[in-house]
Every structure is written in structure tokens, then in C-alpha cells.
Design a protein around this ligand. Structure first.
Ligand SMILES: Nc1ncnc2c1ncn2[C@@H]1O[C@H](COP(=O)(O)OP(=O)(O)O)[C@@H](O)[C@H]1O
Ligand SMILES: [Mg+2]
Length: 323
């Protein structure tokens, strides 16, 4: 089994009285692609800044590539980062830019030249190597930024929303590079994103963050399965009968009725199914609530059970007001 390259233990960061990251614990092995998934403000960027030693934690600890957080400069030598937003010197060529950064890590002039050429090829920019960066598209700049994050041959690569603002083709190119970084270089990749399909496509495991806390974590399959045990359904009833439907549902055991949101005629319910009730079949758990509503003489206009998909897990766990 490949070694652990990243380990965080109860990592916490507060800005004044705002907690950006709270008690974050996880580990990642060599060659893994870990998705940090969460909406804006979830704490993704702060997590990456902590783990790359840009910010000091308020409490907790971590290690990267076997180096404890008490030795930040050593960690910085072993990681590569594509920050949330980075500027590029438009007047420089792609080659010159990468050569410069390789030199910062102490490479000789000729080694830096060689590394720059190899990295530009790796991110599909070989043909534009001697064009000025100002002529690059946004996708090309992102790929150049990823190449820059690789100049020191890092053990752990952090990419903060690398596909943000790219068209579908640009996103696909970036995701293919992410896969290669893990598969061909054997590096560990931490990929932050708010796009579920990216996690499903390239990540081996995922941490769903919401307001600085980990809502759930594990392999993409595990997280999806865990959420399958906690199932959600949406029930639409006539607006004037919402009150009666809510009353009827309040009497059903093992069911949580979510607070109303912008669509008061849609009732969201979650069922906390134990293993015993699940044996009855995939959907029997929803019979109780349906029966309760119908026997209160409330017509059900639509009824939808959310399936076991990562997107459902994500939505359920990051919904405003979710506990
Ligand atoms: N330097 C800072 N000072 C104060 N608050 C911050 C700072 N950086 C982030 N935050 C707050 O911490 C929370 C998490 O932010 P961030 O890590 O940027 O989330 P994400 O990258 O998931 O969008 C947000 O509420 C944000 O406003
Ligand atoms: Mg961010």
C-alpha cells in the first residue's frame, strides 16, 4: 500500500470570530486524488492555504510528505500549488516563465530549460512555448499554472478550483492533466472544486466541506453509499393544504421534515433508515409518509425520491440550514 503523503489532525483556522475551517481531519496516500468539495465559503481555499503553510493554523496539526507542520519551509519545497487566482507576467513566454520558476528551486540554467520544455509538453502547451503569456487563453494560463506547480517535482499538488471559468473543452484538458499527475507522477493531488462531476470523474476520495466542517468523507463510492442510507424525498402538495400535510407527516416515526424554503408547496423529507427497514426493498421506507399524507386527504401532486448519487449527498449536506 502506497504511503500516506498527507495527514491533517483537527486542523482549525479562525479569522476573528469567524471559523473558516473547523477540526478538519483526513489523510491521503500517494497517487490519490482527493476532492475538496463544497460551495463558496466552505473553507476550501483556507484548507489549501493551511496545508501549503501560507496560513498558520489556529489549532491542530498536519504533515505533508512526511514533514510535520513545524517545518514549513521544508513542506513548501515538497508541494506544488495552483492558487485560487494567480497573475501571470503577460510579456513573458511560457518557457521563460517556467524556466524562471525552476531556477527559483535552484535548478541549473540547462536543467531549468529542460524541465520547462518537458512540463510545457506535459500540459499540452509545447506548440505555444515561445508565445507570450498575454496571448494565452484562460485555459492555457491555467495549464501553465499547473505546470508551474510541478517544477519542483512535488509529492503533493494542490489545485484550487483549477477549472473555474473554463469552457467544457478547457475543463476536460485540465482534468486529464490532473489524472496524469496522480497516475504518471505518482503524486497526491488535492483538488478543490464546487463541481460534483469533476469529483466523480477524477477523484479517488472526497471530503464534502460545508461552513468549514467536513460533512462527510471517504471514497466516492463510500460517500454515495452512506447517503443512500439517509434518503430524501420531495413531495409536492397543493399550496393551501401544506399545513395539513405537514401535520400528517409530523406523526410519522423516523422521518425529519425539513424547513420550508422558497417553494413552500414542496415538502422535503428525510428518512433515517436503519439496516432493518432497508431490507424491505429500495423504496418501502417512503410508503409511510406517502400513506400519512394521502390519508389526511391531501393529494400528492408529485413525489420524487433522490437516488444514491454523489450530487444528492452534496446537495443534502450543503443545503442552507443543514445540520
Ligand atoms: N483572510 C480572511 N479573513 C477573514 N475571513 C476569511 C479570510 N479568508 C477566508 N475567510 C472566510 O472563511 C470562510 C471560508 O473561505 P474560503 O476558504 O475562501 O472558502 P472557499 O474557498 O471554499 O470558497 C469564508 O467565510 C471566508 O469569508
Ligand atoms: Mg476558494
Amino acid at each position: 500500500m502506497a504511503g500516506v503523503q498527507l495527514e491533517a489532525a483537527r486542523l482549525t483556522k479562525r479569522f476573528g470570530d469567524r471559523t473558516a475551517v473547523e477540526e478538519l481531519s483526513f489523510s491521503a496516500r500517494q497517487g490519490e486524488v482527493v476532492g475538496l468539495l463544497g460551495p463558496n465559503g466552505a473553507g476550501k481555499t483556507t484548507t489549501i492555504r493551511l496545508l501549503t503553510t501560507v496560513l498558520a493554523p489556529t489549532s491542530g496539526s498536519f504533515s505533508v510528505a512526511g514533514v510535520p507542520c513545524t517545518r514549513p519551509s521544508e513542506i513548501r519545497r515538497r508541494v506544488g500549488v495552483l492558487p485560487e487566482s494567480s497573475g501571470y507576467p503577460g510579456h513573458q513566454t511560457g518557457t521563460a516563465y517556467l524556466r524562471y520558476h525552476a531556477r527559483l528551486y535552484g535548478l541549473s540554467r540547462s536543467d531549468a530549460e529542460r524541465v520547462a520544455g518537458r512540463l510545457l509538453a506535459e500540459v499540452g502547451l509545447a506548440e505555444r512555448a515561445s508565445s507570450r503569456i498575454s496571448t494565452y487563453s484562460r485555459g492555457m494560463r491555467q495549464r501553465l499554472g499547473i505546470a508551474r506547480a510541478l517544477v519542483n517535482d512535488p509529492a503533493v499538488v494542490f489545485l484550487d478550483e483549477p477549472t473555474l471559468g473554463l469552457d467544457p473543452a478547457g475543463q476536460r484538458q485540465v482534468l486529464a492533466i490532473v489524472r496524469d499527475i496522480a497516475a504518471c507522477r505518482g503524486a497526491t493531488v488535492i483538488l478543490s472544486t464546487h463541481a460534483l462531476h469533476e469529483v466523480e470523474e477524477v477523484c479517488t476520495s472526497v471530503l464534502i466541506l460545508h461552513r468549514g466542517t467536513v460533512r462527510t468523507s471517504g471514497t466516492v463510492g463510500d460517500v454515495t453509499r452512506a447517503v443512500a442510507a439517509q434518503r430524501y424525498a420531495q413531495l409536492r402538495v397543493p399550496l393551501e393544504l401544506v399545513g395539513r400535510a405537514r401535520e400528517a407527516l409530523a406523526g410519522v416515526a423516523g422521518l425529519t421534515l425539513e424547513p420550508a424554503d422558497e417553494r413552500p408547496d414542496i415538502l422535503r423529507i428525510s428518512l433515517n433508515e436503519g439496516p432493518a427497514t432497508r431490507q424491505g426493498g429500495p423504496n418501502t421506507g417512503m410508503n409511510g409518509p406517502l400513506r400519512a399524507v394521502l390519508s389526511a386527504d391531501v393529494p400528492v401532486l408529485s413525489f420524487e425520491v433522490e437516488g444514491a448519487r454523489l450530487s444528492d449527498a452534496f446537495l443534502a449536506m450543503t443545503r442552507e440550514g443543514a445540520q
